[in-house]
Design a protein around this ligand. Structure first.
Ligand code: AMO
Length: 434
């Protein structure tokens, strides 16, 4: 059963004379005096099917006239070079079949040049993704993942999966989704943090996980989701500086991979991708506060978390990817290692794009006693963390790691306005369907 011999992208004017079978969607049908056109769209682009009414089999013409837009069709025909056609070729059909007819009206018009409302698009996402510019984004996302995985393999990092159904909070108790787990309450995991750290105690040394994280955050912003894909890494016998180097290499490597391997998709999006140069600038939290003094308005105190306005101001001032390091211990999670000589500052860092935070990470506390102390300082109960703490009592190497948000990476790379556009089926405060 051969439903397709070529994608539209495989055909060039040099292939004139060969027989092809194309399959895809009826993008457009134009019936003019002596000639009719069917524009077939597949994931690689378009092919113009030309019907010369005097020469084509009348049954083929009749079929083409009956095609509703966006139906799935199969076309068998001969390639002909045609300088006036897009991409310089057309296909003269010997047979056209409607494989699956589309109803009318369409929930949205995939040929539409003007953008319609995001909600309308997300409600009919399958139709929205038929638009080449939307599809291109998700193909680039896949390339980003491939590049990241290759970077991890090259560095000898083992891929793992950790549970998404868990008994305890990772990042603090407020943003948890409770679920019913037989006769008990359980939660959807906010981060693989505790599990990836336990694997350091297991001697796995270098692990990565690419998987969903769940955050019951109420806020409705352009950069938050309630379900996101996190790229997590944890490395033993490494400090914060080591894993920052790995992170900047992974991010700039993904840009490089996309710029070299996704030229067609970047063309569809009209993007000229600039690969960010490594090393990224490192700015301490204290230096960031100094810089932020240049912004008129709110005065920030040492120890305050950087608010959205300050974050924006820093991004505009710096204008490229940068690391924010040496945060106050009071505003980073309990697992972040404080400096020995100045415990009010810790080895936590954030990777920033001028528009927003992309990743955060740290060298971790690996000393059992200190970890228990830090958990208590954060007003959490060590008893709830026993399964995690146990791994720190029987030989735990020093270790560091980070979590990088896939959608934020793709969103900033492609200059998308809303994070929902970087997720095929996004989950937010209002959206649970499709
Ligand atoms: P953090 O909570 O900063 O750190 O999350 C890491 C990265 O994940 C992405 N992210 C999100 N993206 C979209 N919507 C959300 N609601 C959302 N929450 C997080 C962001 C963020 O930078 N355990 C630590 C990581 C570590 O230290 O290894 C953690 O989860 O891009």
């Amino acid at each position: 059963l051969i439903l397709r011999t070529h994608y539209s992208g495989d055909i060039t004017p040099e292939k004139a004379g060969i027989e092809v079978t194309l399959a895809g969607w009826a993008h457009e049908i134009r019936d003019l005096g002596g000639i009719a056109f069917l524009v077939l769209r597949d994931r690689e682009g378009f092919a113009q099917i030309t019907l010369l009414k005097k020469r084509v089999d009348p049954k083929v013409l009749e079929t083409v006239r009956s095609i509703s837009r966006e139906s799935v069709v199969q076309v068998r025909g001969t390639v002909k070079a045609e300088p006036k056609a897009p991409r310089g070729f057309e296909v003269l059909p010997s047979d056209v079949k409607i494989l699956s007819a589309a109803e009318a009206p369409l929930p949205l018009d995939p040929t539409e040049k003007v953008d319609c409302e995001l909600d309308t698009r997300l409600d009919a996402r399958f139709m929205d993704i038929r638009r080449p510019c939307i599809l291109a984004g998700f193909e680039i996302e896949s390339a980003v993942l491939r590049s990241l995985r290759e970077c991890f393999y090259k560095n000898g990092i083992t891929e793992v999966f950790t549970p998404k159904i868990v008994a305890a909070a990772t990042e603090g108790g407020t943003d948890l989704f409770p679920i019913s787990y037989f006769e008990r309450e359980a939660f959807l995991n906010q981060s693989p943090q505790l599990y990836k750290q336990m694997l350091m105690g297991a001697g796995m040394d270098k692990v990565f996980e690419i998987g969903p994280i769940f955050r019951a955050e109420e806020h409705d912003t352009r950069r938050h989701l309630n379900e996101a894909i996190s790229i997590d890494v944890e490395i033993s016998f490494a400090d914060d500086k080591d894993v920052m180097e790995l992170l900047e290499g992974a991010v700039s490597g993904a840009y490089k991979y996309v710029s070299e391997n996704c030229t067609r998709q970047l063309g569809v999006l009209g993007l000229d991708l600039q690969v960010p140069k490594v090393p990224f600038r490192r700015i301490t939290y204290t230096e960031a506060l100094e810089l932020a003094k240049g912004r008129p308005g709110v005065e920030m105190k040492w120890g305050d978390d950087l608010d959205r306005e300050t974050e924006k101001f820093l991004g505009e001032t710096i204008g490229e990817h940068y690391f924010l390091t040496d945060w106050p211990s009071s505003i980073k999670p309990y697992y972040t290692l404080p400096y020995e000589d100045k415990p009010e500052v810790c080895r936590g860092f954030d990777l920033m794009h001028p528009r927003m935070e992309l990743a955060s990470g740290a060298q971790r506390v690996h000393d059992y006693k200190l970890l228990v102390e830090r958990i208590k300082e954060k007003c959490l109960d060590p008893a709830g963390f026993e399964f995690y703490l146990k791994a720190f009592r029987y030989g735990m190497p020093s270790h560091s790691g980070w979590g990088l948000g896939l959608s934020r990476l793709v969103m900033t790379m492609l200059n998308l306005e809303n994070i929902r556009d970087a997720v095929i089926f996004p989950r937010d405060r209002r959206r649970l369907v499709p």
